[in-house]
Design a protein around this ligand. Structure first.
Ligand SMILES: Cc1cc2nc3c(=O)[nH]c(=O)nc-3n(C[C@H](O)[C@H](O)[C@H](O)COP(=O)(O)OP(=O)(O)OC[C@H]3O[C@@H](n4cnc5c(N)ncnc54)[C@H](O)[C@@H]3O)c2cc1C
Length: 324
């Protein structure tokens, strides 16, 4: 029986959020015997641009919940409108991004629908019975757990970067279904007194080359070479949690379970051991180069190129070559 998957597509500045597109890419590639449908909530101004982006990317149906109140995320109204929509449409599987808004919306929705929620997933598959297999780190990140929910729809949120972005335009257009929900009585406990659209910040997690440093770099001065090399190679710098804890780098560039997931073409790790909590953030990297003095470090086994060498010495000689 064909299962209906519904992906809540978050919009930022009229554009679909990267994580929503990553979920669509993954679902289209991996979920057999399913209809992949999307739902957006937006105002009149946003609608045509969002529909243009989404109408021919392989979705079966695109539902548009339209109201001028939806110009900015308002969790109380959004959760109640989506609750009604889901009760009426009864998808088998419901997915959304584990973004700030998604992390706010998903538990409220799960509670209203009285269903389970597997949050912050790093992998999703569908078994032969059509159940969602939702994988996420557990026991403080020491293990990965695959959770099957008994409630319908099977509901999960997905970490940004967990899946490869691979949107391809197709000649077949989604069926567009516009809905104007009745929002009378859905008053919000939250009154929005001021809102400002900030210019989008460059998302470093989308970089094609990422150069990361860990504790094996020994000092902040050595870690600073990561920034220099990244600049020369038009790459983005990143760090392990241990390097962040040393104060060598800000948490915003931490890769891993409690940092960001990335999917670069090339990930170069200087002095990083490759603990599971770090590796979970780079499962989608195309190629990994690891520089580590210990050939038995876990990252050396997963790397495409493993270089047994002093990380700071390699960084210094690469920089010398770059500046020649
Ligand atoms: C709940 C939880 C969440 C976590 N989340 C994250 C996360 O998001 N991201 C993350 O990174 N970690 C995370 N961690 C921590 C993780 O378990 C590791 O402790 C951390 O990744 C280790 O960082 P590291 O590889 O830089 O340091 P270490 O593990 O100390 O490794 C340093 C490496 O450098 C090598 N080395 C030493 N000297 C040199 C040299 N001169 N040249 C080259 N190599 C050298 C060593 O052989 C070693 O392999 C988490 C842990 C927990 C419990």
């Amino acid at each position: 029986m064909t299962r209906n998957v519904l992906i809540y597509i978050e919009l930022n500045n009229k554009k679909p959020a990267k994580v929503s597109l990553e979920i669509i890419s993954h679902a289209l590639k991996n979920f057999a015997d399913t209809n992949i449908n999307g739902v957006i909530a937006c105002d009149e101004n946003t609608m045509s641009e969002a529909v243009n982006e989404l109408k021919n990317i392989g979705l079966h149906k695109l539902y548009i919940l339209k109201d001028n109140l939806f110009d900015i995320h308002n969790t109380c109204v959004y959760s109640r409108v989506l609750e009604r929509f889901i009760k009426e449409n009864k998808p088998d599987i419901l997915l959304m991004g584990a973004t700030c808004d998604g992390r706010d919306l998903a538990p409220r929705l799960a509670s209203k629908l009285n269903i389970g929620l597997t949050a912050d997933c790093t992998d999703l598959q569908i078994d032969e019975n059509g159940h969602l297999l939702a994988t996420r780190p557990t026991y403080g990140g020491k293990m990965m757990a695959t959770i099957i929910s008994k409630t319908l729809p099977n509901f999960a949120t997905v970490r940004s970067g967990a899946f490869k972005l691979n949107i391809q335009k197709s000649s077949q257009e989604a069926e567009i279904i516009e809905i104007t929900p009745d929002i009378t009585g859905l008053c919000s406990l939250m009154e929005i007194v001021y809102s400002e659209n900030k210019p989008p910040v460059e998302d470093w997690t989308c970089a094609e080359i990422i150069i990361a440093g860990g504790l094996g770099l020994k000092t902040k001065e050595n870690f600073d070479l990561i920034y220099k090399l990244a600049e020369y190679l038009d790459a983005k710098p990143a760090a392990s949690r241990a390097a962040v804890e040393q104060g060598w780098a800000p948490q915003s560039i931490q890769v891993g379970q409690t940092g960001s997931s990335v999917s670069p073409k090339l990930y170069i790790a200087f002095g990083i051991s490759g603990a599971m909590q770090h590796m979970v953030g780079i499962t989608n990297a195309d190629k990994i180069i690891a520089i580590n003095t210990d050939t038995s470090a876990p990252i050396m086994k997963s790397a495409d190129i493993a270089l047994a060498a002093d990380a700071a010495a390699v960084l210094n000689s690469l920089l010398k070559t770059c500046t020649k």
